[in-house]
Ligand binder design. Structure first.
Ligand code: ATP
Ligand code: MG
Length: 298
C-alpha cells in the first residue's frame, strides 16, 4: 500500500484504489457520483512480491492504458470490452479511460500458452496444471499443445492469488458462465500470441478480468499488458531455464540481490529502487508497447 493520497480529478469522486489503478465515479449535474461508469486511472505504481513499491516507474500508467486500448480493439470481435471513452480530464490524460461499471466476476482468469512460474510448479508436482493433464517431459518455458485455463482467486491487497480449481469457478459463478470465461480467456491469449508473434514477442501467460453488464460478459480492467502477462522476446526463447522478459525482471532481480539489502522473507516493505533500475524498467515497458503496436511512445 502506498501512503500517497489519490489525485483530485475535477468532475470525479475517488471510489477505490487497487494496487495499480485508482477508480473514480463521474459526478452528474447535481454533483452526485454516477454508478454506471468509472474512470480507471492507471498510476505509475509497480507491485512486486505482493508489495506496492514506493518508487514509481515514470510513464508506466500511460503505457499500460495505451496498450490495453490497442488490444481491446484487436479483440473486439471475440469479446465486448468496458471502454466508453478516452476523453478524460487533463490531469490524467493518456493514462485513464472512462469505462462501463460492471459487476466483476470474482475470478482471476488466467491462461497459459507456455509453462513457467506457478504453472510449472504444479506440473512438476503431478503432471497437471489446474486439473488439466499435460504431456510428459515439459520444462521451464515449454510451449503447451494449446493454451490452458488456470484460474485463481482474487486475493485481497497484500495477499497472494491462490490457484482455483475449475470446479470452484463453476460453484462460484455457475457452469455456463465458467465455460464462457474459460473459452474467452484462452481465445484472448491465442489471439494475442498470433498478433505478438508477428512482432517477435511470445505471450507466455496472461490474466484477464470479466464483468457482467446485465447478462453480457464484458472484458474489463487491463488486457495483455506487461503487468498482466509474461512477454518474452521470441528470438531468445529457449525452454529449459527461466526466460528473459519484458516486465519487472530488473526490479525483481535487484530486490533479491545483495545490493538491495532487502530480505524477501522478512515481511518488511522493499527499499526504494535505484535510478538505473527505474530507467531500465521504464525502458522495458516502453519497448514492449512500441514493439507490439509499432507506434512510438510519446
Ligand atoms: P491486480 O490487478 O494485481 O490483481 P488489483 O485488483 O488491486 O490487483 P488494480 O488494477 O489496481 O488491481 O485495480 C483495478 C480494480 O478495478 C480491480 O479491482 C478491478 O477488478 C476493477 N475493475 C476494472 N475494470 C472494472 C469495471 N469495468 N467495472 C468495475 N470494476 C472494474
Ligand atoms: Mg488489476
Amino acid at each position: 500500500m502506498t501512503s500517497s493520497q489519490p489525485l483530485t480529478v475535477p468532475g470525479y469522486a475517488h471510489v477505490y484504489s487497487g494496487k495499480v489503478r485508482d477508480l473514480y465515479a463521474p459526478l452528474d449535474d447535481s454533483g452526485t457520483p454516477r454508478n454506471d461508469q468509472l474512470l480507471l486511472v492507471a498510476s505509475d505504481r509497480l507491485s512486486a512480491y505482493d508489495f506496492v513499491l514506493d518508487t514509481p516507474i515514470p510513464d508506466k500508467g500511460a503505457v499500460l492504458t495505451q496498450l490495453s486500448l490497442w488490444w481491446f480493439e484487436r479483440l473486439e470481435d471475440l469479446v465486448p470490452n468496458h471502454v466508453v471513452s478516452t476523453d478524460v480530464p487533463d490531469v490524467v490524460a493518456g493514462r485513464a479511460v472512462l469505462v462501463k461499471r460492471l459487476a466483476m466476476l470474482p475470478v482471476e482468469c488466467v491462461a497459459r500458452a507456455y509453462l513457467t512460474g506457478g504453472g510449472l510448479n504444479e506440473y512438476l508436482a503431478d503432471g497437471h496444471v489446474s486439473g488439466i493433464a499435460l504431456p510428459e517431459g515439459l520444462v521451464d518455458g515449454s510451449r503447451l499443445p494449446e493454451p490452458v485455463f488456470t484460474p485463481s482467486t482474487k486475493a485481497p491487497m497484500g495477499e497472494h492469488d491462490q490457484p482455483m480449481p475449475y470446479a470452484a469457478v463453476e460453484a462460484e459463478i455457475g457452469a455456463p458462465l465458467a465455460s464462457r470465461v474459460r473459452d474467452l480467456t484462452t481465445a484472448i491469449l491465442a489471439r494475442g500470441n498470433e498478433i505478438a508473434a508477428e512482432r517477435g514477442i511470445l505471450i507466455a501467460d496472461t490474466k484477464v478480468e470479466f464483468g457482467l453488464d446485465g447478462d453480457d460478459v464484458v472484458l474489463a480492467d487491463e488486457v495483455l499488458t506487461p503487468d498482466s502477462s509474461r512477454f518474452w522476446p521470441a528470438d531468445l526463447w529457449e525452454p529449459g531455464h527461466p526466460q528473459p522478459s519484458y516486465d519487472k525482471q530488473f526490479v525483481r532481480e535487484w530486490l533479491t540481490s545483495s545490493a538491495s539489502g532487502w530480505d524477501k522473507a522478512s515481511g518488511e516493505a522493499p527499499p526504494d529502487l535505484p535510478e538505473d533500475v527505474i530507467a531500465q524498467t521504464r525502458a522495458k515497458y516502453v519497448e514492449a508497447y512500441e514493439r507490439l503496436t509499432g507506434r512510438t511512445f510519446s
